[in-house]
Design a protein around this ligand. Sequence first.
Ligand code: HEM
Length: 494
Amino acid sequence: MDTVSFSLIVSSLILFLYFMLKRSKSLNLPPGPQKLPLIGNVHQLAGLLPHRAFRELARKHGPIMHVQLGQISAVIISSPKLAKEVLKTHDIALADRPTTFGSELVLYGNTDIALAPYGEYWRQMKKIASLELLSAKKVRSFSRIREQELDGFLKFLRSSSGKPININRTITELINNVVCIASFGKNCKQQQALLEFLDEFQRVNTGFYVADLFPDFKFLYVVSGLRSKLMKLHKTLDKIFDGIWEEHEGRKRDGEEQEEDLFEVLLRIKEEGGLEFPITNNNIKAIFVDIFAGGTDTSSITIGWAMTELIRHPSVMKKVQAELRKAFKGKGNITESDLKGLSYLQSVIKETLRLHPPIPLLLPRVCREQCKIAGYDIPAKMKVFVNGWACSTDPDYWEDADVFKPERFEDTSVDFMGTNYHFIPFGSGRRMCPGITFGMVAVELFLAQMLYYFDWKLPDGLSPTDIDMTETEGSLVSKKFHLYLIPTTYAPDN
Ligand code: HEM
């Protein structure tokens, strides 16, 4: 870097800080940890995952904190009471999403649902998602796909009896097969490429990269190599969808009849027209990034953590298997309609989501118009993170908050539908997750069958206390080191 560009950068930073300071003096911003020049609080995140670092800081500085992450001014909410203020009282004022250079480029100008700015386009697409793509009826129509894929999975487990299998990888593949067939029909040749694309996109689009924290300094995208990575990803996604369109045309030409998949639903809606915002092919691609990302990883992460906690807590494993083996006794084939009334399984899933929500900081929001939270000013454009994980492990609301104890959900009406702010794994308010039914059916069905048909143990020489619980980095948090377990086929005595 030459001397002229260096001086330019330093003087722009000084000017930027001067205006930030002047502006913040006239506002009553929430308190927060002391900020260092230029980087603000970035150093306090070093070495810890953001949801953990924010919970630590909140314990010292309170449930509403102002932090400066480079150029990004953000408020962190860490208590159920204030989460309610953000997600209910000020839901509309705080209903925008932040965008990054990456999401702008790869999601075709943020025309998906999760990152689209609050407004009429987002409203139209969320309605299509809720009524057409992810409705209870549509989710039910995919039950054959789930059951067929599960059949293959159970055969694989039987053939692996006595041998260690990688739980996280096999579950991700199973769920991804279901999402892929529901989205694009059988034998989609682009599945692997799409998975690799998502993996890489989630790695580079966390919003916590240095270039994302200093968005005005566009050269950082270039010098860090992020720009070229994102351009490459954008091209890859286009190529994948060229393939998907070709396959779709091929199936139409061959006159193949099958259940209307999600891609066909969107093409039908596009062709029917009459929408305030006509859907383009690029909008369709952006929406499938949401469906693929939302549909695969969140559910497989939940099953992965549930199996991890069950193997660490043998008495819970025994109790949930006893419930399933009693309920399914004498039933030849277990289907989705047999899952009703399995209250302890439900408690195990809820407790897993409480301790290991796949998206612990929910998706961040951006303030659209100045409002007050807990008496503090939240100016327009301020980024707001609700630490859902801090809320669901808040010792004021949960006894032994960090301990896995599914019994706490027995005989309570606490659920994850967005009105109990101490348990919000799917978020709450207008921007709440529209994929709850789609995600939860798969989690319940697959977990129930894995636990009914098989007993599970750790590979020789390992004990439950040896399990490494380290989490991955990124907005989706899964188990960093995959769990290996040995299945043994359970023979019901009828
Ligand atoms: C265990 C399963 C899942 C979990 C824990 C989960 C969690 C979440 C969370 C925390 C949010 C942010 C909510 C907020 O900001 O208040 C979200 C949003 C979203 N989820 Fe999910 N999700 C799951 C499954 C799915 C599935 C299966 C799909 C689609 C196939 C999906 C699609 C979306 C979309 C499109 C949004 C953005 C909504 C908006 O901004 O209006 N999710 N999800």
